[in-house]
Design a protein around this ligand. Structure first.
Ligand SMILES: [Mg+2]
Ligand SMILES: [Zn+2]
Length: 594
């Protein structure tokens, strides 16, 4: 039994002790029991459940309750613990985690691991009447449907989610928590979906082994916090937040689906509620940075200010269905749309590679007797993403040969270089140790840029290493937290005939072949299976359509009318099938694909 189970067990037993009736049934012993209870009010109440001490049953006043809070790391989501006691338990828990050489990984649900959309009752595919019933409705794309009283929702798993969880289980490097701005009921259903997915991908036995990663205990939801931060109104209680939510949900007449959870304005997730003050072993993966803030003190001015939590790894938001919430920058949007169109999003696996590095460096420092904190390591690793022997030159991209470094740093690309540690050169200074990369538009349209490229290509620079690379090398590397090989990006896009999505798909494919054969082969196999399945379905429908046409030719008018309906139905079916193919994210259908 692990430490957490032990704590929960203790807690369960304490609860039972309170509920358990006094032994004996006589009035006398009842009275005696009451007297004992009344004299047994604790000196300090340790745990509260809904404002009642779990040991002595004392009801605490609002003022007294301010000394208590939830400690998510202790899996005390429903129990409030006295601050001082909770604090020491958290420290104890941290020691356990570190003895197991693990870090705590906090995973956001919506748009990080999944994308959810609400579905109207008539569009549900589930026939069961049970609410909360879950079914796999697309095994190739890993889409699940959850039935709710007035409809339901569809849950699209981000590609490689099962692999991601399985690797985390196998490696034993992370203790994970799911943190959602949604309700507890919603989060629990999503964890149930994960469980089904693991079972589908790896079987029952593996699901049992991975139980620890798939229990509701690992969930932290907005229902689990007693107080919330609101940027405009300051602190608010659960009741106030629920009132606000209730109004929003009423207005939109939406269920408990994921997208509606995004509408909570200024909701802030609190790492301190999880970490109990010590954030040194926490890594957060979330698609939003605005929900994770930390207050820091400027050592010079002593002023306090808020900034994005440094424990956060910002993952590109995963939006399978079209949504107004898509906040991505335009180039990232193209990359994101490509991921959706081809169901080709490798963010989870590549982020996993990054956090493995964070983990390994953390324990390397600990082994060397140093103090280690995740945030320092993340900052350093990010700064070291790119090889220090590479210098990026931007004069062709910006069409400005005299642009200063400080000017470049003000550009979006310059900012990326700064964040991920890619050297910026104002000009080529002839250092033979360096590889110079002229970063250029992927598809060069301007004549002046093209002639610069031609002149560089035709010049002789002795043994200097110089390449002209597509800007997507920079974008995709930062997108994936992984320095991609340069090779696939040297050949620029030749014409505008190839769609941007197709182009990026090819670039990612080519670079992945250079990164990791195994990982990519698995993807290719699945993608091929899916294509074959789709092709078969379309062929089958076409055949049925033709057969019915032939048969109906011999029959009377009444049936011919029927036949038209049938043809229409099949046409609609094929159409829907194709719509589904692009996840209804709209207008990015690649004509070659249909
Ligand atoms: Mg999210
Ligand atoms: Zn008590």
């Amino acid at each position: 039994m692990d430490f957490l189970d032990e704590l929960m067990e203790n807690h369960e037993q304490k609860k039972k002790q309170i509920i358990k009736p006094a032994s004996g049934t006589s009035v006398a012993s009842d009275r005696a029991a009451k007297q004992t209870t009344s004299t047994l009010i604790c000196e300090t109440h340790i745990e509260l459940y809904q404002g009642i001490c779990t040991k002595c049953g004392h009801i605490l006043s609002q003022k007294e309750m301010s000394q208590y809070r939830q400690f998510a790391l202790l899996n005390h989501q429903t129990v409030q613990v006295h601050r001082a006691v909770g604090q020491s338990q958290v420290e104890e828990k941290k020691k356990h985690i570190m003895r197991d050489r693990k870090l705590v990984l906090v995973l956001d649900l919506d748009n990080t691991l999944i994308h959810t959309r609400d579905v109207q009752k008539q569009d549900l595919k589930i026939k069961s009447k049970d609410n909360g019933y879950i079914a796999l409705i697309d095994q190739y794309k890993c889409i699940y449907e959850i039935k709710q009283p007035f409809g339901g929702f569809h849950v699209k798993l981000r590609p490689f989610l099962a692999e991601f969880l399985k690797i985390i289980h196998d490696q034993q490097k992370f203790d994970i928590f799911y943190y959602t701005a949604g309700t507890r009921a919603y989060g629990q259903l999503i964890i149930d979906v994960f469980k089904m997915e693991i079972s589908r991908a790896y079987g029952q036995e593996m699901t049992r082994k991975m139980e620890q990663l798939l229990t509701h205990k690992k969930l932290i939801s907005r229902c689990d916090q007693s107080r919330f931060q609101n940027k405009n109104q300051g602190e608010m209680t659960v009741e106030e937040l629920q009132q606000q939510l209730h109004e929003e949900i009423e207005q939109q007449a939406q269920g408990i689906g994921g997208d509606s959870t995004l509408n909570i304005k200024h909701f802030i997730k609190s790492l301190s509620s999880l970490a109990g003050g010590d954030e040194s072993i926490f890594i957060i993966i979330d698609d939003r940075s605005d929900v994770w803030t930390e207050v820091v003190q400027d050592p010079h001015s002593n002023q306090k200010f808020k900034r994005v939590s440094q424990n956060l790894l910002l993952i590109p938001g995963y939006f399978y269905w079209e949504t107004s919430q898509n906040r991505l920058k335009s180039y990232f949007k193209v990359i994101q749309q490509t991921s959706v169109q081809f169901d080709f999003d490798l963010s989870l696996l590549l982020h996993l590679k990054f956090i493995e590095k964070v983990h390994d460096q953390f324990y390397e420092q600990i082994d060397n007797g140093l103090e280690a904190t995740v945030k320092t390591i993340i900052r350093q690793l990010r700064k070291n993403l790119f090889d220090k022997k590479i210098t990026a030159l931007f004069e062709i991209l910006y069409n400005d040969s005299t642009m200063s470094k400080s000017k470049i740093l003000q550009q979006y690309e310059g900012d990326l270089c700064n964040q991920f540690g890619l050297n910026i050169g104002e000009y080529m200074n002839g250092d033979r140790e360096q590889t110079y990369l002229y970063i250029v538009d992927d598809f060069v349209k301007s004549q002046s840029k093209q002639s610069k490229i031609d002149s560089i290509n035709s010049s002789d620079y002795d043994d200097l290493s110089i390449s002209i690379v597509s800007i997507y090398w920079l974008y995709l590397s930062c997108h994936y937290y992984y320095q991609l090989p340069i090779k696939p990006f040297i050949k620029l896009k030749q014409s505008s005939e190839v769609s941007e999505q197709r182009r990026i798909f090819d670039l990612i494919s080519l670079s992945l072949e250079c990164i990791d054969e195994g990982m990519f082969n698995d993807y290719k196999k699945r993608y091929k299976e899916y294509q074959e399945h789709k092709e078969q379905q379309i062929q089958l429908k076409k055949r049925t359509l033709e057969e019915r046409k032939e048969n109906n030719d011999l029959q009377d008018d009444a049936i011919i009318k029927d036949k038209d309906d049938v043809i229409e139905e099949i046409k609609q079916d094929i159409l829907n099938n194709n719509n589904d193919e692009i996840g209804k994210s709209g207008n990015i259908v690649d004509q070659n694909e249909i």
